[in-house]
Design a protein around this ligand. Structure first.
Ligand SMILES: CSC[C@H]1O[C@H](OP(=O)(O)O)[C@H](O)[C@@H]1O
Ligand SMILES: Nc1ncnc2[nH]cnc12
Length: 291
């Protein structure tokens, strides 16, 4: 197994990762376009960390405009084996209150304007998304939250909307009635692309609001989100630092198959593959394509 490198993708309010040492920045070029920002390399204890703010510094990139493929490809090129996504979200349950961290285990993808695969014409692949979150990585997050006394719950479904507008009341009530737990605008296709790149993925969905279904709360707006973000970001930094303390130095096999997701996924015959696309897949699929 490869050396373990922990990637952290910071969402709204998380543009930095306090606690990293020996920090250096590098702009990683990707054949998939421009990543949201330079990658920040550092370590916490013995654990190598690569940090990327998905909206860029200053929050310049909107959810639909994020180049998710470039971000994941750049992380793969940086040697990242596991990604923790730190994401703000709205809640569809009274008990999932602002400030709570939901370690979701499922996603519903309602996005429709984003490139959501590295594969396509000239190299077709179908990875499993049955269990999109690495359960061992999720367990490490839960243990770290427990140790730090950070309020959290394990499991839940994150519905990813296109945005950038927040949901209508009818949409919000529909999602709630469908049994979804939280809502955001970014974790899809991020989680799909991570799986295609054989990177283990886990989300910390940090509740900021009750979206707009709750009679006792105003409909969500950015000001309401920002009010809760600062405390959430501080807890997120503590959580990651704690998890990094006991992180393995060697990559562990993922119980959900993310470490070898491509082994049984590529269906295009070798002689039918498009050389140009194969070139772009050098990082993401290099392990299986180069044998
Ligand atoms: C600022 S509220 C809406 C914004 O916040 C979430 O961002 P992220 O997932 O990157 O933390 C949500 O997905 C929207 O992009
Ligand atoms: N209610 C909400 N809907 C979508 N994305 C969010 N991010 C934070 N709160 C959100």
């Amino acid at each position: 197994m490869a050396k373990a490198v922990l990637g952290v993708i910071g969402g709204s309010g998380v543009y930095d990762l306090p606690g990293m040492e020996d920090v250096r920045e590098e702009h990683i070029a990707s054949p998939w376009g421009e990543p949201s920002d330079a990658l920040r390399f550092g370590r916490i204890g013995q654990t190598q960390i690569v940090f990327l703010p998905r909206h860029g510094r200053g929050h310049k990139v909107s959810p639909s405009d994020i180049n998710y493929r470039a971000n994941i490809d750049a992380m793969k090129r940086a040697g990242v084996t596991d990604i923790v996504s730190l994401s703000a979200c709205g809640s569809f349950r009274e008990a999932l209150h602002p400030g709570l961290f939901v370690l979701v285990d499922q996603f519903v993808d309602r996005t429709h304007k984003r490139e959501s695969s590295f594969f396509g014409k000239g190299c077709v692949a179908h990875v499993s998304m049955a269990h999109p979150v690495g359960s061992a990585l999720q367990a490490r997050l839960a243990a770290a939250a427990e140790a730090e006394g950070i309020a959290h719950v394990k499991n839940g479904t994150y519905v990813c909307m296109e945005g950038p507008q927040f949901s209508s009341y009818a949409e919000s009530v529909t999602y709630k009635n469908l049994g979804y737990d939280v809502i955001g605008m970014t974790n899809m296709p991020e989680a799909k692309l991570a799986r295609e790149a054989e990177i283990t993925y886990a989300t910390v969905a940090m509740v900021t609001d009750y979206d707009c279904w709750h009679d006792g709360h105003d409909a969500v707006d950015v000001a309401a989100v920002v009010k809760v973000l600062r405390a959430n970001a501080e807890n997120a930094a503590r959580l990651v630092a704690r998890m990094a303390r006991d992180f393995p130095t060697e990559r562990e096999p993922c119980p959900n198959g993310s470490h070898n997701a491509l082994e049984v996924a590529i269906i295009t015959a070798p002689e039918a593959r498009d050389p140009e696309l194969m070139g772009k897949l050098d990082a993401v699929a290099g392990r299986v394509l180069q044998g």
